[in-house]
Each structure stands twice: as C-alpha cells, then as structure tokens.
Design a protein around this ligand. Structure first.
Ligand code: CA
Length: 240
C-alpha cells in the first residue's frame, strides 16, 4: 500500500517539488514522519513494506529516501545495496536502532548518506533531510530552475526568462535558499539562520526588506508570504 500525502498540493508546484520516500514498518513512526515531512512542504510517498519500498525507489525519481533498516519482509541494507548496484543515486537517510552500531556501519557501507538513531527527534530528521538535499542539489548540477528563474550557483548568476539580473550577496543567498526549497514554506527563523551565519545582525525584520527587494527583481507573486509561517517560492506566479 502506498499512501500519497501531499500537504501543499503537489501538482501546483510542478518540477520544483521535492519528492521523498519513507520506508518504515512501524505505523506510528511512519505516520509521524509523513506528517512532519509533508508539513515541511515535501511531497511524500510512504510504505511499510520493504519490497514495495525497493520497487518505488527503483522506479520513481525521489530526491531523497528515509529508509528503516529493520523491515519484516526485506532487509533495509539489501534494499539499499540493490539500489546502488542499479545505479540509483538518490540520497538515503537510514533509521537504525539505538545500540546497533554495526548496523550503522553496514548501512553506510551499503551506500547510505547519513543515519538517524531511534528514538529520534523529528527536528533532527528534518535537519538531516535538508542537509542531504542541499548537498545533492549542490553536487548534481550547478544550475537550478524554478519557473522563469534560473540560478547558476557556481557563477552566482540569476536570469529571469533568460535576462541576467543583478543581485546583492544577501539577495542572492536568500533567493538561492528559497529556490533550493521551492514549494515549501520557509520560516523567517530558518532564513535568518541561513543568511546571517557569520553576522551579528540576526534581526528577522531585515528578511522582509530583502524579500521586498527580491520581489522587484523577479515576478513578485512568485514569493508568497504565508502569514505567521514565512515565505514560499512557487514556479507559477498565479498559483495559490
Ligand atoms: Ca522497523
């Protein structure tokens, strides 16, 4: 059984949507993961069976997979090994039991990109997924697109509908972050943390100023303000 959860309206975000697969046989944990990840704006497929998980990872273009190692029908390690043998390169975060250190080693050897030990804090899983996505987008290609926007992350250059647009470094970092997370709501706190890693000024009001400036340089409606939550970049200016 594949449950398709979609907190933000997957069709609406088109090619920018980040798709995740959760393979976890514990129904409670499965549900919690799906709920937290969809709330974070990802399009999430979930299964509680290894066979199906393997099939989905083999046939669907996921941006990342969260894979429990202890599955009743098919071992997580062999699923992972099979994917890697078949050249499936999506980042995989494995879930391992607390005191099974050998499991972690085997998982990393099988091609896992990171692991989280059970019981985990949901925030940790979310942070690790974000990091995996960041790394894989960075490595996979230097240009990311969202609607009419194309950002060359190596040259730090933006074009809107093919026309080069000048950005200040803060505008660039803000837009780059929104583009890497397009289709999901990014909170002001998250943006502040990302933009001001080394700076003293961590005033979240300045984010509003930068967003205002960005809206003058790209189609303004692409950056939506989600009241009380933050901002969401979507490829189609006129979609809700
Ligand atoms: Ca399990």
């Amino acid at each position: 059984m594949v449950a398709l959860y979609n907190g933000v309206g997957r069709m609406g975000y088109g090619a920018c949507t980040v798709r995740l697969l959760v393979v976890e046989d514990d129904d409670d944990i499965n549900r919690q993961l799906v709920s937290a990840l969809s709330q974070a704006g990802y399009a999430v497929d979930a299964t509680n069976r290894g066979e199906e998980g393997h099939f989905l990872g083999d046939t669907e273009p996921y941006d990342a997979v969260i894979l429990d190692l202890g599955l009743p029908d098919l071992n997580g390690i062999s699923i992972l090994e099979q994917w890697r043998r078949d050249d499936r390169k999506m980042p995989v975060l494995i879930l391992t039991a607390r005191d099974r250190w050998s499991e972690k080693v085997a998982g990393m050897d099988a091609g896992a990109d990171d692991y989280v030990t059970k019981p985990f804090h949901m925030e940790e899983v979310l942070a690790r997924v974000r990091a995996l996505l960041r790394r894989s987008t960075g490595h996979a290609k230097s240009e990311i697109e969202c609607g009419v926007l194309a950002l060359d992350t190596k040259l730090a250059r933006l074009t809107v509908d093919g026309v080069p647009i000048k950005l200040t470094s803060h505008e660039y970092r803000l837009l780059s972050y929104l583009m890497h997370h397009s289709g999901r709501v990014v909170s002001r706190t998250e943006l502040v943390e990302h933009l001001y890693e080394q700076d003293f000024d961590r005033d979240s009001n300045t984010i509003e100023v930068f967003v205002g400036r960005l809206r003058k340089k790209i189609p303004a409606e692409m950056i939506k303000t989600v009241r009380g939550l933050g901002y969401c970049l979507s490829p189609d200016a006129d979609e809700a």
